[in-house]
Design a protein around this ligand. Structure first.
Ligand code: SF4
Length: 702
């Protein structure tokens, strides 16, 4: 059996793996058995053969018993979902969208994409929304992931690539400040780079309210009050300036706007920052000594620092710290975002964002619109403008003047959206909901039509990992009968809605068009093709022509701004959208566990992962537990202004006494996102997932 080299379906590390088809007996593969086994793929540099438990068990996702194998439509007689033919399902979809547009206009239809879709699918979905539906209503769940870091990156450096350097550079740097990131649990194979860095004498500073497995390995662990990272970064910049650590030559030669940043930072003196963040001045000074004193250094953020109503300003404050110390645009130094979702990077480059066209082109720039319109063969004036962001789009679903028909592709907002009970009600209120997914997710359960999608090991397509490395997922086995790729779905649906050209379902054809659409843009893929990706273990964008080697390291000569200089920002501290008060006296923060992925729609179905992480819990400090009279395992009711969640107590000194933590992978009574706050960052439209005010008590029904 010939093995196929491909990549993990889950996180943005996109670990390389090899899939070997299993021999089939006379009766074929049993429904509960995966058709492939996973093997090490040592040649892929990012993970060098290592996989976490999610990657090792990923073949289980392919078992027929676990996933959808036929379209489902809601029966008009009894209201249940029943199996249907593809023709019936597609006809129902076309009818649902046509009716909504005819009765309420094009702004009454929309699509909601996902950061796990391949580049080809993300591109085709954006084109479908703008060319076939001609609606501005398209956004995706990546808005919930790292959009504030993306906005900050673009504002400071002129272009948004999560890491402007390869992962291997982490191992060579002198000091890493890791903010709101927990790679030891979220992407374990990545930890090797931090370990190698420390073995070579580098220092690791972790900023996290929880003592995570990553924090346990740090040389210094800062534990700020949730939602105060902005003040922490400003306090560090204050000390950099006050203690003479500025790299004045770098600031003069390669940046603009330092004076404004300096004035803002000087208003955040260490004692004030201690008061806001709870981080002692002595630790703040130690962090500055470590970071500024290292010859090279990096600040890496993840969701803990980004998912805030001031997420963009927070990331820009971390970027300020890099710029002020000359730790950007140089080998071994820089700011980076550890993107979370499998194609969180590529998914935001190719036009499924509310505010961008493929190649990071602007929806409001006439030249950008004309370029993409020419590739698509349409009149630029026919392209809609920017639309609402993810939460705003969902919030408008089912409202009289809002969206009446929606296609959700590869996303599960019933579990993953903030204020999830409200979002669920909005989805229920739609006239028509279609969901394309691999499994019957909680969102798919609400749908009028469910389409069974082919998945990672059954179809070929590219993703772009957190480094900006464009890689190729290759089909190892065909999808089961009854399952089709999302590209075929879009082709068939476009045809039923009157567009018979421009939606090929051959991924290579789509990728070639994507290359043309991105050519000359910030995320330029023009020189990348499938053969090159195979031969070179991925190609870093920008890569404007086939002779270009690709760009593993950005900004070494100049930043991507018009004048080539990085820009300082000058936002000061402001409180989180919801501060604790007598009615809701505690902070809630949410996050992940190693064995589950995102909304859990896939991983909760895998026995080994479920055994390792069977359900939600509430992590609280022993002092708080004592005050509340709570014992280990007691069922707690956690209440915010948006709802209530129930989960057992897990008592640990690893968390601050003023904060509780819940993982967000589950639906049902323990759904953490029932509680979270949809307050939006004004720049990136990122909701404030990472902190809200709650009260906690023993559940009466326990
Ligand atoms: Fe997959 Fe991420 Fe685990 Fe690698 S770290 S095996 S990409 S889930």
């Amino acid at each position: 059996m010939t093995p196929t080299d491909t990549h993990c379906p889950y996180c943005a590390l996109q670990c390389g793996m090899r899939l070997r088809p299993r021999p089939t007996g006379p009766g074929g593969t049993p429904p509960s058995a995966p058709p492939v086994d996973v093997e090490e793929r040592p040649g892929f540099p990012v993970n060098q053969g290592a996989l976490c438990g999610k990657g090792r068990t990923a073949p289980a996702l392919l078992a027929r018993a676990l996933r959808l194998t036929a379209p489902l439509v809601r029966d008009s007689a009894d209201g249940t979902l029943r199996e249907a033919s593809w023709d019936e399902a597609l006809d129902r979809m076309a009818d649902g969208f046509r009716r909504a547009a005819e009765h309420h206009g094009r702004e009454a239809v929309g699509v909601f994409g996902g950061g796990g879709l391949t580049n080809e699918k993300a591109y085709a979905l954006g084109k479908f929304a703008r060319v076939v539906l001609r609606t501005p209503n398209i956004d995706y769940n990546g808005r919930f992931c790292m959009s504030s870091a993306a906005t900050a990156h673009r504002a400071a450096f002129g272009v948004d690539r999560g890491l402007p350097f390869p992962m291997e550079d982490i191992a060579t740097t002198g000091c890493v400040v890791l903010v709101g990131a927990n790679p030891a649990e979220t992407m374990p194979p990545a930890l090797r780079y931090f370990t190698r860095m420390r073995e070579a004498g580098g220092r690791l500073i972790v900023v996290d309210p929880r003592r995570t497995r990553t924090a346990e390995q740090a040389d210094l662990h800062l534990r700020p009050v949730p939602g105060t990272d902005l003040a922490l970064a400003l306090g560090m910049l204050h000390l950099v300036i006050a203690d003479g650590h500025l790299d004045k030559d770098f600031i003069a030669a390669r940046t603009t706007g330092f004076e404004g940043a300096r004035a803002t930072a000087m208003a955040h003196w260490p004692e004030r920052v201690e008061q806001i963040t709870g981080v002692p001045v002595s630790q703040l000074r130690e962090a500055v000594r470590m970071f500024a004193g290292a010859g090279t250094g990096m600040v890496l953020t993840a969701r803990g620092s980004e998912q805030h109503s001031k997420g963009t300003d927070t990331v820009r404050a971390w970027i300020n710290l890099c710029l002020a110390t000359g730790k950007a645009g140089r080998p071994g130094s820089g700011y980076g975002c550890l993107t979370g979702q499998g194609n969180g990077q590529g998914g935001r480059e190719h036009g499924q964002k509310a505010d961008q066209l493929p190649g990071y082109r602007s929806l409001t720039d006439p030249a950008d619109r004309a370029h993409v319109a020419a590739v698509w063969g349409v009149d630029p004036d026919s392209l809609p403008g920017p639309g609402p962001s993810a939460y705003e789009l969902l919030d408008r679903a089912g409202t009289p003047d809002g969206i009446r028909a929606l296609l959700v592709m590869g996303s599960n907002p019933v579990v993953s959206a903030p204020r999830a009970a409200h979002v669920t009600e909005r989805l229920r209120a739609l006239d028509f909901l279609a969901v394309s997914d691999v499994v019957l997710s909680e969102t798919a359960e609400l749908a009028d039509v469910v389409l069974p999608a082919a998945q990672w090991a059954e179809e070929t397509g590219t993703t772009t990992n957190l480094e900006g490395r464009v890689i190729l997922r290759q089909a190892a086995v065909p999808p089961p009968p009854g399952v089709r790729t999302d590209l075929t779905l879009l082709k068939e649906l476009a045809a039923r809605l009157g567009t018979t050209h421009g939606f090929p379902d051959d991924p290579r054809e789509v990728f070639d068009e994507l290359r043309r659409a991105s050519a000359g843009g910030a995320a330029d893929y023009a020189g990348i093709d499938y053969a090159r990706i195979r031969a070179e273990n991925g190609v870093f964008w920008p890569c404007p022509d086939p002779a270009h080697p690709g760009t593993p390291r950005l900004f070494l000569d100049r930043f991507a701004t018009p004048d080539g200089r990085a820009r300082f920002a000058e936002a000061g501290h402001r409180p989180q959208a919801e501060e604790p008060d007598p009615a809701y006296p505690l902070h809630l923060t949410t996050g992940r566990v190693t064995a589950q992925y995102q909304s859990g729609a896939q991983t909760r179905r895998i026995a080994e992962l479920n055994a390792a992480a069977p359900g939600p819990f509430v992590e609280l400090h022993p002092h708080l537990a004592e005050r509340l009279g709570v014992g280990e395992g007691d069922v707690l009711a956690v209440t915010s202004r948006r709802g209530r969640a129930l989960a057992p107590a897990r008592i640990t000194a690893a968390i601050r006494a003023d904060t509780v933590f819940m993982p967000f992978h589950w639906d049902g009574p323990g759904r953490a996102n029932t509680l979270t706050n949809p307050a939006l960052d004004p720049q990136s439209r990122m909701p404030e997932f990472k902190v809200c005010a709650v009260r906690v008590e023993k559940a009466a029904e326990a």
